[in-house]
Design a protein around this ligand. Structure first.
Ligand code: FAD
Length: 471
């Protein structure tokens, strides 16, 4: 766990054209405080959030699940962490930590080269992360610079991160990664390539996976624009003034990575296999979807509360819309439970969730979340966009607004607070980025659905069909 001041460690973070100290950005301070609830819950609810191994206590995210109950306990912990931020922080430390625990178990496939043993490096790094409960963020997606070329056919070297020098003590890397959520406030950065847009033969210098502290010389974190509203209070922007899960472009300019932090090098095929074969993908997906329940439940509840506030909830047509949202929520809860109940023990004896069930969640949760946002927009409509700034209640118009905005169901301030929340969730820049996050953070939704179709086991359906066609 780190405090905000510890993030002023020399890391090169840029915002709006200037190099900044992370601690000086108010919304980063607030975001880190919420992120640190991951650590606080280990103390306040240790029965769920911690476990003991060889006499040491660790966060439950690091537990390698051996039974369905282990997976369920992890699920509960993920949801409790997500509840501290209404599901709006996707990349709290539990996300990658659960992946690191599995990487440590399965690292043998990484092998070695003449300089180093990649399998041992991954194991040792994961052990260090666990013992020190480090907060890592990950950068995999490569910038889309020219789709007509293989990655190393694109000049200037910013189409990904690649080795430019191999030395006895490590590698020197340059290049870029397109978007990295939470990088400015994480401790370490894990860099690898995505499992969907695969590197091809000849892309070997881009075939890397490694970890590095954010303050490594040559690493630059260039933030997107902030989404908070400094001139307003949290009553006006209850979500965007509470946190900004900041995304950033990452540039590497001759950054030195010692061999013991390198897990794949000069190997396009291993780089393509890294995320899936390490088991990181499936176990981080389990964390991700458990968090998704929390976010969907929050958005569903906001829509229902808005309907009640505005006296719309008695209309059958509105109830039908709200029922669609609650049914969607149940489908997600049920499918994640199915992923746990129908998991299997893999060859290392790790209890592994059912990937088809988890992928079904990823394929549908974004649209369900968007549905909740749209219903909120359509129910809150003009009432929502007509809410004045909260300062008005303390100004010349305060008395008038108190009377004019008080309804048979709520006081003017209660009404304004909820409608401001509804606006922030469904319509502000913050809300739109949250929606984008749901659609894209887990990879391209088109490829997710296509893969689901290709992997689905339909032997029962085929048997029925064949019987009919035969008879
Ligand atoms: C809020 C947010 C946070 C993120 N955080 C991270 C992070 O922390 N780390 C990280 O590494 N990445 C992160 N990402 C990036 C994410 O992994 C990618 O956005 C995702 O994998 C999709 O890749 P892309 O954006 O390059 O989409 P593209 O591949 O450029 O696709 C863009 C669109 O074009 C469509 N398309 C592409 N190819 C075809 C085709 N052949 N035929 C038809 N349609 C096509 C896609 O379906 C998609 O709709 C984040 C993204 C978002 C939005």
């Amino acid at each position: 766990m780190h405090t905000i001041d510890q993030l002023d460690d020399g890391r090169a973070v840029y915002l709006n054209g200037e190099r900044i100290q992370v601690s000086q950005v108010p919304i980063f301070r607030k975001t880190l405080a919420l992120n640190n609830q991951y650590y606080a819950l280990q103390k306040s609810h240790p029965a769920v959030h911690t476990y003991t191994e060889n006499g040491h206590t660790y966060d439950i995210a690091f537990k390698v699940p051996r039974t369905v109950d282990d997976l369920r306990q992890k699920h509960q912990a993920y949801q409790e962490i997500a509840e501290t931020n209404n599901g709006m922080l996707g990349r709290t430390p539990d996300f990658l930590n659960t992946g690191m625990a599995i990487l440590a178990e399965k690292s043998a496939f990484l092998g070695h080269n003449q300089y180093t043993n990649f399998a041992e490096n991954a194991k040792n790094y994961a052990k260090w992360i666990k013992e020190n409960d480090i907060f890592i963020s990950h950068a995999l997606q490569n910038p889309q610079l020219d789709r007509s070329q293989p990655i190393n056919g694109i000049p200037k070297g910013y189409a990904g991160v690649h080795t430019i020098e191999r030395r006895a003590d490590g590698i020197v890397v340059s290049g870029a990664k397109m978007v990295n959520t939470m990088a400015p406030i994480a401790d370490d950065l894990l860099v690898f390539n995505p499992p969907e847009l695969l590197l091809e033969k000849g892309d070997t210098s881009y075939g890397v996976a490694f970890a590095t502290p954010l303050n490594t010389p040559g690493v630059k974190v260039i933030c997107r624009k902030l989404l908070d509203h400094p001139g307003y209070t949290e009553d006006d922007y209850p979500l965007s003034n509470l946190l900004d899960e900041i995304d950033a472009y990452i540039v590497f300019d001759h950054a030195f990575i010692p061999w013991d932090k390198v897990f794949v090098e000069n190997d396009y095929d291993m780089s393509n296999r890294f995320f899936i074969e390490s088991g990181m993908f499936i176990h981080t997906s389990h964390q991700d979807e458990a968090r998704g329940i929390t976010k969907l439940e929050f958005a569903t509840t906001v829509a229902i509360r808005v309907a009640k506030l505005l006296g719309l909830d008695h209309f059958l047509g509105v109830q039908e819309k709200l029922g669609r949202l609650t049914a969607n929520l149940e489908l997600i809860k049920g499918t994640i439970a199915r992923s746990e109940d129908t998991g299997h023990l893999d060859e290392q004896g790790i209890y592994t969730p059912n990937l088809q069930a988890l992928t079904a969640v990823r394929a549908n949760l974004p649209a369900f979340y968007e549905d909740a946002m749209r219903v909120t927009q359509h129910l809150a409509a003009g009432s929502m966009v007509g809410v004045p700034g909260f300062e008005e209640f303390a100004g010349d118009n305060g008395d008038i607004l108190q009377q004019a905005l008080t309804t048979n169901l709520a006081t003017a301030e209660e009404r304004s607070k909820l409608l401001n929340l509804a606006f922030d969730l469904s319509s502000s820049g913050f809300g739109q980025r949250q929606l984008m996050y749901e659609y894209y953070h887990g990879g391209d939704p088109m490829r997710i659905r296509s893969k689901h179709y290709l992997d689905e086991d339909l032997h029962a359906g085929n048997a029925m069909l064949d019987r009919l066609l035969r008879d």
